[in-house]
Design a protein around this ligand. Structure first.
Ligand code: LLP
Length: 426
């Protein structure tokens, strides 16, 4: 988790900065990112997977500073749109260390990728093959990977499982579907296939599905070798590494993952008579999730016959994850010493006009929680701001980086003027 220290009760500091000070200075709701924690997590990945390429999955969260930190720590980048790609490259991120994904890449996505010289494009559908080959042109050359589906169910919620044959991404290995499409890639001289890719899902907390994926992908590599004499030098196992959102929850053991994937890959390749390909991994959540904290100000407290509701100044517009995936958080009161009363079972809700706008159901908060109090929601760095909307015309929160006792605004709050400026007709 973000490197939080607590010198006095209620005075929670991250990166050496008291969060209450950040709230006063930048307003709420606000997102705080611990730069040292992000960098530490990048380094941990490099150390844990020393002979693999680690690509940070930008969809978890991206701003220019984040791209810079990831670059400086020696990771590559996984992007899924021209927007993510352009932002990274304009920060100076080397395009050859970027991989472009997407099940429905727009002409602009592909043009941008080719113009900026992205390292790999991951083919996701049969129709993309001819389209990409045409965009590259007869004299061009582009490294590609192909996303295959190993038929594995893994991940924290049904909506973020992508390893099964019944979801929209990739080419199922089943029934020779992927193999058939790969033969068509090999027919295109300007596309240079470097390896297979799969992404099983997100918030996976067990190593096992990754090992099954290794076996199935090496099985396909072996059939491709028999059919075409093809030896693929790369294997990308995607991301999905699970983290703990609340105390006591289990995160995926990255050391065990690295060790057992390596062993499985070595064994499967030896059995198939293939050289061991270079491994790629694409963590998003596990790099940035625990480094972020959401800050809210309490606006209203309501003791109904059924429940105690604490309503804050943000909600599903800055964090849609409880509503979408039923994720549970552990918010805490900060900035003041709580009273001595026993904690009360509380439901923390947002400000939006729907009953499903719940940030944390049935959590323990001080019984004297009152308007004006500050709540911090830890583990809010991944898929929060990147999924935020302006629902109810509430502007998206700012992002503040903290480091060595200093707070720095990286992304400013979306103002009502920003929102109104898009409304150009009457
Ligand atoms: N690689 C690919 C191809 C992906 O599609 C994803 C995530 C990742 C890597 C990174 O996965 P991670 O390591 O972050 O789990 N909005 C959802 C998560 C959606 C993940 C989409 N793809 C959430 O808030 O939980």
């Amino acid at each position: 988790p973000a490197t939080a220290t607590e010198p006095r009760p209620g005075d929670l500091r991250v990166g050496g900065v008291p969060l209450a000070e950040v709230a006063d200075r930048f307003g709420t709701p606000a997102y705080v990112l611990d730069e040292a924690e992000v960098r530490h997590r990048c380094r941990t990945y490099r150390d844990t997977f020393p002979d693999a390429d680690v690509l940070y999955a930008a969809k978890a969260f991206l701003c220019r500073a984040m791209a810079r930190w990831v670059d400086e720590e020696g990771l590559g980048l996984d992007v899924c749109s021209a927007g993510e790609l352009e932002l990274a490259v304009t920060t100076g991120f080397p395009p050859e260390r970027i991989v472009l994904h997407g099940n429905a890449k727009s002409p602009r996505d592909l043009d941008t990728a080719l113009r900026l010289g992205v390292g790999r494009i991951v083919i996701d559908s049969p129709a993309e093959i001819a389209r990409l080959a045409a965009a590259v042109g007869p004299d061009g050359h582009q490294k590609v990977m192909v996303r295959v589906v190993p038929g594995i169910s893994a991940g924290g919620h049904e909506k973020i499982r992508t390893g099964t044959d019944d979801q929209k991404f990739g080419l199922p290995i089943a029934d020779g579907y992927a193999q058939h499409a790969i033969a068509r890639i090999l027919d295109q001289p300007q596309l240079h296939l470097t390896g297979l890719h799969c992404h099983l899902g997100s918030q996976i907390t067990s190593v096992k599905p990754y090992l099954v994926a290794v076996r199935r992908l090496v099985g396909l590599m072996s059939r491709l070798y028999e059919q075409h004499g093809l030896v693929l030098p790369e294997l990308d196992l995607g991301g999905g590494h699970g983290i703990a959102y609340r105390p006591g929850e289990e995160a995926l053991d990255l050391t065990a993952l690295a060790r057992r994937v390596r062993a499985e890959l070595t064994e499967a390749c030896a059995a198939a008579g293939l050289p061991v390909p270079r491994l790629l991994v694409e963590p998003g959540r596990a790099v940035v999730g625990p480094a972020g904290i959401a800050l809210y100000r309490v606006l209203a407290v309501k003791h109904t016959p059924e429940k105690v509701f604490v309503a804050v100044d943000g909600g599903m517009s800055d964090n849609p994850r409880p509503a979408l995936y039923g994720v549970r958080y552990a918010p805490r009161l900060i900035g003041r010493r709580p009273g001595t009363a026993a904690p009360a079972r509380t439901t923390v809700v947002g400000r939006h006009c729907e009953a499903g706008d719940i940030l944390a159901a049935d959590v323990d908060l001080p019984a004297d929680t009152r308007p004006g109090d500050l709540l911090a929601v830890p583990v809010a760095g991944a898929y929060h701001l990147s999924m935020a909307s302006a629902y109810n015309l509430v502007g998206r929160p700012p992002l503040i980086a903290v480091r060595d006792g200093l707070a720095r605004l990286l992304v400013r709050r979306e103002s009502l003027a920003d929102i109104r400026s898009r409304d150009v007709g009457l």
